[in-house]
Design a protein around this ligand. Structure first.
Ligand code: PLP
Length: 308
């Protein structure tokens, strides 16, 4: 399926080139005989990095063609999703607004400071009000929505996001046996499942505790149309390091070592857990000799600021 891109998005698209695909050569893994690669979507753009741009692309396209003049969404004080949305909104001439979980901190996070400088209108809501907002899944479902506003659920988790994620794979020319990605809402995983070759095995790594619901959410995003997609997929539930945005000394150490040895920065929330899981599986002998594994660097490094 091809979708026409709105002229304002075409102008932005022209500034982005395919992100690099790099091998990870690591003497610690030689004994296991697998080939490890990483898709560097963290290098896609200095601000709109990683899967957030992939997910937003066709959502914003829809909003523009619908004639929306503003986008309203929700997220936490370190949200990569809001960060990308606020920035892109400015570039595209769309107003943005967001419900932010919790009270406005006395010392706003770097993320919040950026959101305000890009003129995103922020409304801080209690945790219970925040949870209640999750029930609005469609772009026109928010009850107090203003005329011309387009509602975007948490993390950009809508079916429209899958197409942009699928485009990531059109930049990957060779075949991989396994692809791995960190999961928050599971939308990126769903996009990969839909676009992957049927022989490819997809592994999601839940960044949060109690992520059993992710399987249903991914299935719902895929719908029945996606039945003949990637032959197998699963979501690992044991690499959350204590919960969403939690970390452990072992995970922190892994991230520091990885950066030191490979020059690639990871965040503690998503990509650190992904790489940690991949190394753990390889060392357990989970993969067969000769298998080619692709890890998705989904970006998110802005959220590290002031925290790690
Ligand atoms: C948001 C995010 C994810 C999770 O993406 P989902 O589509 O919500 O599963 C993974 N990695 C990074 C860096 C992110 O910012």
């Amino acid at each position: 399926m091809t979708t026409d891109l709105h002229p304002r998005l075409q102008a932005l698209q022209r500034q982005l080139s395919p992100s690099p695909l790099m091998p990870i050569i690591d003497s610690a893994l030689t004994a296991y005989g697998v080939e490890l690669w990483i898709k560097r979507d963290d290098l896609l753009h200095p601000i709109i990095s990683g899967n957030k741009w992939r997910k937003l692309k066709y959502i914003l396209n829809h909003a523009l063609f619908e004639g929306a003049d503003s986008i309203v969404s929700m997220g936490g004080a370190y949200s990569n999703h809001l960060h990308a949305l606020a920035y892109v909104g400015q570039l595209l001439g769309l107003k943005t607004a967001a419900y932010v979980r919790g009270e406005c901190p006395a010392q706003p996070s770097e993320t919040l400071i950026d959101l305000m400088s890009w003129n995103m209108a922020l409304t801080f809501v209690s945790r219970s009000d925040y949870r209640a907002l999750r029930r609005y899944k469609d772009h026109d479902s928010l009850p107090d929505r203003l005329q011309g506003a387009y509602w975007l659920p948490e993390g950009g988790a809508t079916e429209l996001a899958l197409q942009g994620v699928g485009e990531l794979l059109s930049e990957v020319e060779s075949d991989f046996d396994v692809m791995m990605v960190a999961c928050g809402t599971g939308t990126t995983l769903a996009g990969l499942i839909r676009a992957a070759a049927p022989t490819c095995q997809l592994i999601g790594v839940a960044a949060l505790k109690g992520g059993g619901f992710l399987v249903d959410d991914v299935q719902a995003l895929l719908g029945l149309s996606a039945m003949p997609a990637a032959s197998s997929w699963q979501i690992l539930q044991d690499y959350h390091a204590g919960g969403f945005a939690k970390t452990t000394p072992a995970l922190n150490q892994f991230i520091v070592d990885f950066r030191h040895r490979h020059g690639i920065a990871l965040d503690t929330v998503y990509t650190g857990k992904l790489l940690y899981a991949a190394y753990d599986l390889i060392k357990q002998g989970y993969f067969s000799v000769g298998q080619r594994i692709l890890l998705m660097h989904t970006g998110g490094l802005q959220g590290n600021r002031g925290r790690f």
